[in-house]
Each structure stands twice: as structure tokens, then as C-alpha cells.
Design a protein around this ligand. Sequence first.
Ligand SMILES: [Zn+2]
Ligand SMILES: [Zn+2]
Length: 610
Amino acid sequence: MSEAEQSPVDDFRQAFCRARQALIHELGAETYDQGEVLYRCSACGAATVLRDAFAGREVSGPIERFLVELTERWLKVRQSLDAKMCTRCQATGPLRALRAFYGHYLAEVGFDFGVDLEFIDETARVVSTWRMDARARVFRLRPPQSELDFHAQTGTYFDLRAGWRSLYSTFAEPDSRGDTVLSEVQSGYVIGVRTGVPGDENPERRHDPHLEHLISRFDQRTFDCVEFIGHTRAAPLPFHGDLAEEWLGPAWGPVSRGEVEIFVLADASEFLSCVEDLGSRRGIAVEWVSPSDDIHVAFHLEGLRLEANFSYPLMRTLHTGRTFYQGAKTFYGPLLDALEDAADILEKVQKNLGDYGVEVVDELVMRITAPAPDDTTEIGRWNLMTLAGRMAFQGSEGEAALLRLLGYDTKSGTFKKPEISLDRCLLCDAPARVGKVLRPKSLKGLDRENVVAVELGEHVVYYTLECPAHSAPIPPGRGRDVRVLEAAWSHGLDESTALLLETRTLTLPKGPAHLLVGYEFAAMVLETERLVALCRAASLMLTGKINVYAFHADAIVVSATPLDGQDRGAARNASLEAVAPRYPTRTWPLDVARPVDLNVEPRGRVERPS
Ligand SMILES: [Zn+2]
Ligand SMILES: [Zn+2]
């Protein structure tokens, strides 16, 4: 290749690196993977660049397999571009791919990992790889031949789960004599493999001078957390999916028998730093709440405060083979999204309401008061997380729906008692039916004054209007007492639609139970006809008297036999596992149990996500 032909490739590479740097500057740990392909007109040499964004993709290794997949999957479909005509010389026919670059950000070490690929006879191959630091300095790397090679060149793993498998291979090599091996994943996160003692219930207490010597290499750091992964005697973990059994490969056999121990040494404050970093990019501050037994963090944004568990996401991060950054993104990302939505709603209301007072009370509740001189008169209170939960208030239409929900009339600039019709959505006026939702009495932000509710022990049931897109509580008023709403609810059951997101059979010591996941499924504890329709749609062989449990608002567990204490614990954990990623702000405990008789005719539709 002559000098004159090389320069467009160099320009292309430099432009790619600049674009990556800008994206990293903007998104930090949330930077997604990108790829670019350079095409060239065979007649005049004019260049065309095509960019692919891989938002939301979680890479999986090992790296050597990933590199092959780049050439075989991504570049297979990108090797030629069906341009009708070259824009410069008007030559016809497809453009040939010349070169491609791929970037993957390693937040754990602050490097962007880059891959340079070329096309020879329409087949792509890796030319070289590089890492780019925060100051955009590029260091060439040998194309990594293995996960360990990748670690040696970058200081972290491409895929931590593949890293675990590689570390075990090192430990199990014939000439390794079973010496303990340790490897750093990121600051404050070290993984290790050592010989186990089958039956040892407290491996963390076993005297191990060799391990202590190895740990001393990681300077003054305090590892306040030692977790044995997949250890048989470990306390039952409150989660089920993504555990070592699923990704450890050949190492799982000896680990599950206790012959080999794999463990993490972690510094919880480094995990907190990653969560803080994630928040700070979005303008969200993180507060560390009283380091007692059950540590919490609280997120602050524009006067809002959202508290969340800390130990649970940390444990889950370690036991599911995720780095601190991956764990922070997976387990706190949805909460940060919801908090941003809530702040967005608050801002929209403040912008539209002119002289009215709009303020945050009780951390997440929006309070609106009348303009001066009546500014002590309260118009109403709304829980922002509830508002943000299911509704999209994007664009001018969304803004109008939001104001209508609050009862604000934009023409007159006043709050009006909304015209409520029991067959129309309060937000968008689409046909709607009366529904029910179940809440714990103690739920923060539950506005008892503005709902029509029935108490059931420690719980309340209140009525809502449900359209396909919205769910909003029905405010009390003339012609809307419990008797009327109960009749309307019963009348509308055939029109109800349940979106069944997941069905899982739980193998419990006393027999099987079934977990069914979907928005507001807990209400079906009180809606036997809908429950029958749901059980049939899920092909569950249940009839007659059964037991139904709602541990959370958006999942139910059904079982032919009552669950005892231990089974309930396991079922509650499975429920939490299923709802937490889907409804992160709605994981408060509900804990309702009820025997029901399925011997009724099913009512309502059940759908599955398309
Ligand atoms: Zn051309
Ligand atoms: Zn609606």
C-alpha cells in the first residue's frame, strides 16, 4: 500500500478515537460499544463511513472468541454497502469495505479497548488492538490470545466470568502444585482460587499463611468483604439467577464439592465509588446511610431522595461474576433512570404551573399549593415515583396528559375537579376499566385522602382506572363510593388484560410452586376469575383450592399446598429476583397470602410480550 493510500485509514482511525473519547467523556462507565466501517469507491476512491452503536450490549468472552465473532458476525453483514451510486463519481455498484474499528470501554481501568480490522478478499481479520487512556494516548497491544493475555495487557478482564474460568485453569494446571492464585479485577476487587477442604463450613476462618502473604501484595488496602463463591455451606443467597453454577464451566464440579474454593476479596467503599461515579454523570449525589447492619445508600436529585439497599446489590455483584461497574450499572441503573424521570415530572409541573407553589415533601412527594395570598391552601400531593412508574410524559402530548392527571386546566390556569367517567382513562381519555391495586398500609407516599380505599388488615385496596397505557387512582367524590366502584370493577373484568412477563416453576422442599410475573399481578389475590385465566394461560395444572401469595406488587406465587416458613422465604427471594430488575422502585414488601378456590369461570385476557 502506498503512502497516499494509507493516510485515509489513519485519518479514519484518529477520527474514531476522537469520537470514542467524546463519548467516554459524556457517558463514563455507561459508554457503549461502537464500531465503524470504512468503505471506498473502487472507481474514484471516495470514502464512506458507517457507524454501528451497540447500546445495551453486554459483551461475553473470552476475548479470543469475541474477536472471531466480530469478524464472523458483525463484519459479515458489513463487508459491502449497497449504495446505488457513488456520490462523487456516480459509479454504480456496491462499495467495498476497506477497514473497520471497534471500541469497548473498560471502566474498571479507565481504558478504551480498540480493535483494528482489515478486509482481504472480502474476509475480515484482526490487524491489531490498542488501548487508549483518558488523555487519548494510544498504546498498541498484541491481539490478545486469551483472557489472561488480555488481563496482562490491560489490567482487567474483558469478561470477568471468562476471567474466573481462566484463573481456575491456571490453578488446575498439572505443574501448578495447587498453589493459591489471586488476580485483581479492578481497584478493591481481587479474585482467587485455592485448594478447599470439603465440609469446612467456615473457609474464611481457616488459617492460610500463603494467602495472607499474597494479600499483603495489595498494599494497605482493607478488604472488608470476603465472599466464597458457590460454596456449599454459604448462607442461602437471596437470589437465584446468574450464579457461578451457570458460568463457571468445568470448575463448577470441584467447587461444588468443596475441593476447590473460589473467593472474592472486596473493598465495599470501592463499589460505592463506582455507584457514585455512575450517579455523578447524571447529576445525582449519593449518600451513605448509617453504616449499621443493613447498609443503605440514598440518591439525591433536585430535592428528591430515593433510598436503596447497598449490601444486596454488592453481594449479588460478587456472586454473579460482575465487576463493580457492571454491578452498579445493572442493579442501580434502573433506579437512577426512575429518579431522573421523577425529577423530570417535577420540572415539567413547575414550568407549567406559574404562580402555584410546587415543592417536594417527604422525599418523593410533590406538593402543590395555591398562588399567593392563598399559598397555605394545599391543592394536592402526588408520589412522584408512582407517577413515574408506568407513565411516559414525553413531548407536548405527554405534558398535557400529566397536567390533566393533576386536574390542572391550562386554559383557565386553575385546578378543576376533573370530570371523571368510570369508562375513560384519567390521563388520555381512552376507553378504560375500573381496576384494583393492593398496597401495604405503611407504604411511604400512599395518599389515603385521594383514593377510594378498603382496608384489609395491614393492607389497603384502592380502585384505579386502567387504559392500555396508564393506571391512575380514582379520586373520591360523588358517585364514586366503594359500592359503585366494586360493581364497576366486577362489570369490567372481561375487559381486563394481564401481560404475563415470566412464568417460573420453583422447586421447593414441600413440592412445586409457580411464580407468575406481571404489572400489578398482586391484585389477582382478590380477583379469582382473572387468576384462573392466568393459570390457564400459563398451562398450570392447578384446580380447586390453592394458595396464592403476593410478596411484591408485580408477581404472585401459586401453590397447591400451603408454603411453610422456609418455602416462603425461598419463594419471596425468587419473587424479588424477578421483580427487582423490571420494577426497581416497586420492590417494597407486600406479603399477602390467601387461600382461593379456582372453581370459577375465567374472566379477562392474558397476553405475552410480543
Ligand atoms: Zn466514486
Ligand atoms: Zn390512558
